[in-house]
Write a protein that binds this ligand. Sequence first.
Ligand SMILES: NC(=O)c1ccc[n+]([C@@H]2O[C@H](COP(=O)([O-])OP(=O)(O)OC[C@H]3O[C@@H](n4cnc5c(N)ncnc54)[C@H](O)[C@@H]3O)[C@@H](O)[C@H]2O)c1
Length: 368
Amino acid sequence: MHTFEAKVGVEKYPVFIGNNIFKELYSFIKTYNKKNVFIISDSYFKNTNTSYIKDLSFIYNYYCLFVDGGIEAKTIPNYEKIIKVMVENNIARDGLIVAIGGGVIGDLSAFIASTYQRGIDLVHVPTTTTAMIDSSVGGKTGLNFYDQVNLIGSYYNPKAIFMDLNFLSTLSERDYLSGICEAIKMSITSDKEMFNKFFDIKSFVYSRNKDILEDIIYWSVLTKLKHVSGDFKEKSKRLILNYGHTFGQTIETYYGLYQDKLKHGEAVALGITVAAKLSDLLINNFESKELFEKTNELLNIYNLPNSFKKVNSDDIPEISELTKNIVNDKKRTSEGNRYILCESIGKANIKIIKKIDLIENSFKCLYL
Ligand SMILES: NC(=O)c1ccc[n+]([C@@H]2O[C@H](COP(=O)([O-])OP(=O)(O)OC[C@H]3O[C@@H](n4cnc5c(N)ncnc54)[C@H](O)[C@@H]3O)[C@@H](O)[C@H]2O)c1
């Protein structure tokens, strides 16, 4: 088990990663007044009788609201519905929200926590690879709006994060590998050794070996914290974590947020393919070619899409549809759009690009 303190700006909170850590979670929750604890859990845990679930049964000692996962849940109507239930149950400002679920439940609950009575304590209990590797750490909250991913959101840190590896045993293969893509992405921008390791540990990842998963998650959380700790509100260094996101999000938006067609992590996979191509078009040397080729090789190994042929839909967008959304990207500044590029595997930086034809050419690699 790994237990350590995350430091984000002036805030600090404990992170637990390991097997059977529900006891630690229960001890933490018990420090709050029982009637002010509000649990928001993915409905998956209501309807399943998997072996680890009995250790989670203490949640029924508290008000527990089950919400369906899936990106469709990150909406204003859902936000409103949950806030109403909290008001009806008199959840006080010094209470606690416990978010048990994947990135969707985490993002939705964290947005609620950051706004309910101007902020109530929050604990994340991430249950998917995406949520453990990425979304529960870093304090970004979000709701989708107007067909755009995370258009509404805030920055809000939890009081603690409890990551129990048992959860990952029941995740569907597609959701499981989608989350692994977030770790692959971070290795491309900041750690060549880890990137190469992903080639060697393939069989362990596929068999969901808990030691390997704990290593990957621990490495990912530390790597993310390194980028986030001095740049909570995404002014500079943190932006590197968005490698491929500008492209991934425009593709995600095109598919209308329907997870069956494209999972969030699959959109990231397509996005990092385009980002590697853009880096290669601009830099055009041995390292940039290696970046593009090896990114494709690794995505193939982990069954992640690197072309539209591999997306679970016959609907293929026109490039103009994709570049249109990029103009509205949240990372845009008044000088132009900011892109994260890699000079080589493990080395990323930020560049402002105004030439839209260069961006269009980068997208072409997804049509092969
Ligand atoms: N805040 C951030 O920094 C950040 C970073 C990355 C992604 N995200 C967000 O995360 C979301 C995607 O997260 P996700 O992939 O976890 O999606 P998700 O929360 O929808 O979970 C995927 C599916 O797995 C099910 N599920 C959850 N836990 C399970 C378990 N242990 N066993 C079996 N099934 C389980 C859910 O019901 C759902 O159907 C997106 O909305 C994305 O925007 C946010």
